[in-house]
Design a protein around this ligand. Structure first.
Ligand code: AQP
Length: 340
């Protein structure tokens, strides 16, 4: 069975881009693949964070993942920091990656390559992401378009490691959706919608109430023309609305454009389609967030299932690179047998 893995950072509230670019694909993939979905809390440490907020957001993210339709009986949902092998493998891969290739990561360039106070973690985070993926013998990684370059790095590291130390990792493929792969900020449609960039009016949150969604979409920046046309290069604002409408209604943005001759109706139909799409998710979320025990249980079971796969791959990689297996391991096993 194909193995799928993907992750989401608990770095802020889940937005429409996360849902259309990733989470809803996760939901359809869970039925067809052996799917692992990870709340990547260690990645959230690459930016300024409030410790109490981070733990609250991590549990909250578990509720969102269940609310969008992930079923813990069918897929594995877990928290990255609950499986120590992620950081262990990241080190082996950091010793495989080069400064040059990490320096070329556009996200790092955009977020402050020239800033002396930027954290080492932000520089190295694509390697941690490669470890997240390679630990699970992942065949396919459903992600938004912003992760394309990081996925290439994960592939390059897997190929290089296999070439140097023998076949160890599965080389993963990115799976980027045709529509909704890069939802743009409604106020700044040349930048992607993002959790950690402060753009409250430009970001539609999955849990925004209907009036707020309507207001944000009606106030979306468009342009001075009046023609509704899908043309991301010259009409980024209008094209973004068409992408959102298309993704929410299962049509192509070009098909959606054909039905409009003014921006007003396009905006109100887009808002309505989004409101209808998120309504059932919001209802389930309200029930789930009240039941912290169930959420905790899902994460305990998820971590156990994830660890079972991660430890095997990590041991394989450690031995391939020449690390001595812990000498006491055999003894421990013998001891356990003796007292069974
Ligand atoms: N705007 C987007 N459009 C489509 N897909 C998107 N994704 C993120 N933004 C968009 C996809 O969502 C998944 C989770 O990614 P993330 O947790 O890194 O989300 P984020 O909103 O990008 O979070 P941050 O904290 O703002 O991260 P940075 O600062 O790193 O961009 C991924 O599959 C992603 O592709």
């Amino acid at each position: 069975m194909t193995r799928v893995l993907s992750g989401v950072q608990p770095s802020g509230d889940v937005h429409l881009g996360n849902y259309l670019g990733a989470l809803r694909i996760w939901v359809s993939d869970q039925k067809e693949a052996d799917a692992f979905y990870c709340i990547v809390d260690l990645h959230a440490l690459t930016k300024e964070n409030d410790p109490a907020e981070l733990s609250r957001r991590t549990l909250d993210m578990a509720a969102v993942l269940l609310a969008v339709g992930l079923d813990p009986d069918v897929c594995t949902i877990f928290v990255q920091s609950h499986v120590a092998e992620h950081t262990g493998l990241a080190w082996l891969l950091e010793c495989t990656a080069t400064m040059g290739e990490l320096n070329r990561m556009t996200q790092f360039k955009d977020k402050g390559r020239d800033d002396e106070s930027v954290r080492v973690g932000l520089f190295a985070y694509p390697v941690l992401m490669a470890a997240d993926i390679l630990l699970y013998d992942t065949d396919r990684v459903p992600v938004g378009d912003d992760q394309r370059q990081h996925l290439e790095l994960a592939r390059d590291l897997a190929i290089r490691f296999n070439g140097r130390y023998g076949e160890t990792f599965t080389v993963p493929e990115a799976a980027i959706p045709k529509v909704g792969a890069r939802v743009m900020d409604l106020q700044n449609p040349t930048s992607k919608m993002s959790k950690s960039v402060l753009s409250p009016q430009g970001t539609v949150l999955l849990l925004d109430d209907p009036a707020t969604i309507d207001r944000k979409i009606r106030r979306a920046v468009t342009d001075t023309e009046t023609e509704v046309r899908y043309d991301p290069g010259t009409k980024p604002g209008v094209s973004n609305l068409l992408e959102i409408l298309g993704a929410a209604t299962g049509r192509s943005p070009e098909d959606c454009a054909a039905g409009y001759s003014a921006y007003g109706p396009l905006k109100s139909d887009t808002a309505q389609a989004v409101i209808e799409m998120v309504a059932p998710i919001q209802e389930r979320y309200r029930e789930l967030i009240a039941d912290r025990n169930t959420l905790g249980q899902v994460l305990i079971e998820g971590a156990a299932k994830a660890r079972a796969v991660a430890t095997t791959t990590f041991e394989r990689a450690s031995q391939a690179i020449g690390l001595l297996p812990p000498p006491w391991e055999g003894r421990l096993r013998e001891g356990r047998e003796k007292f069974r």
